[in-house]
Design a protein around this ligand. Structure first.
Ligand SMILES: [Zn+2]
Length: 310
């Protein structure tokens, strides 16, 4: 069976699914069965296991004690599946403690088209900001990785699928443009189930070209760009900056691709190879350079920087 956007399962319903993806399965209600009591009463506090103590692993389908996974950087202790981590946690895992300094935090998304799907985009933004604590789907800045100064950016798949709107594109572009004269190694960790953010129309689409052009100038100036693909990296993010690394690392068993498997199948009418959008398949076919487990990521990046700067 194909894995479909496993991270989506842990996200609340009501999100826009990327093209070709099945909607995330509805989360099962936890706790007691529905009450048949005819008289309406004030809701009783839930009994049993507190929410969030256990989590079903998308890799092995087993119920895992969350704390145990958290201790090993949110990796399943049973099967090694790499779970979702937020942008802030990524930075914590990647950068030396206390060294990260955020750039362009003041950029805020707007709703230039007055777009609405199930709800107005402006309302969706506020809700997402409140829920995730992020102002948009990318966090950028500078920090140290094993005492090497880097420019680093992270996208977060929990903020409107980690899709690239104007703010994500602009933050990444500015990140790259600052890294260029400062000759900083550039690390971008992608976790984007959505590609360009449809809510901003063409303004989202143009970010792909804008970020890619900034990367081209960075490359001409001799910069080293390490792109880290995590679960999931899809759509316009995969089709632009995420694929342009001098080195492309991927986490194990990550979903990486452009359109979802059902869309491709419906378009080209060919049976697709099993697991063709996984890190392992893509490594075999030369699309990525190395699969790096989360626990090794920091060291591997530091090593690559040293190797390439000789
Ligand atoms: Zn597992």
């Amino acid at each position: 069976m194909e894995r479909r956007n496993p991270s989506a399962a842990s996200q609340p319903a009501g999100k826009v699914a990327p093209v070709g993806h099945e909607p995330a399965p509805a989360t099962k209600p936890s706790g007691a069965p529905p009450s048949a009591s005819p008289t309406p009463r004030a809701p009783r506090p839930k009994r049993g296991v507190p929410e969030g103590l256990w989590q079903k692993c998308d890799g092995c389908q087993q119920t895992i004690y969350r704390k145990e996974a958290e201790e090993i950087l949110n990796v399943c202790p049973k099967c090694g599946f790499h779970w979702y981590v937020s942008a802030a946690t990524r930075i914590e895992q990647l950068c030396d403690t206390g060294t990260f300094e955020e750039w362009d935090a003041g950029l805020r998304p707007t709703d230039p088209l007055g777009f609405r799907d199930k709800k107005p985009y402006a309302e969706r933004l506020v809700a997402e900001q409140k829920r995730t604590g992020l102002s948009d789907a990318a966090l950028t800045g500078t920090g140290m990785i094993r005492a090497r100064r880097v420019a680093c950016g992270v996208t977060d798949s929990s903020f409107i699928m980690g899709s690239m709107g104007s703010v994500v594109g602009e933050r990444l572009t500015r990140l790259i443009e600052r890294a260029t004269p400062q000759k900083l190694p550039l690390i971008i960790i992608s976790a984007s189930g959505g590609g360009a953010r449809m809510h901003e129309g063409i303004l989202s689409l143009m970010q792909m070209a804008k970020v890619s052009a900034a990367l081209a100038r960075y490359s001409q100036a001799g910069g080293l760009f390490i792109s880290v693909l995590t679960n999931p990296t899809m759509g316009g993010v995969a089709a632009s900056f995420a694929s342009l690394g001098d080195l492309c690392f991927a986490e194990p068993r990550a979903l990486i691709g452009f359109a979802g498997p059902r869309t491709i199948k419906a378009t080209i009418r060919v049976e697709l190879p099993k697991g063709f959008q996984t890190s392992e398949f893509l490594l075999e076919h030369g699309f990525i350079d190395r699969i790096v487990a989360r626990k090794d990521l920091k060291s591997e990046i530091a090593r690559a920087i040293d190797y390439c700067s000789r």
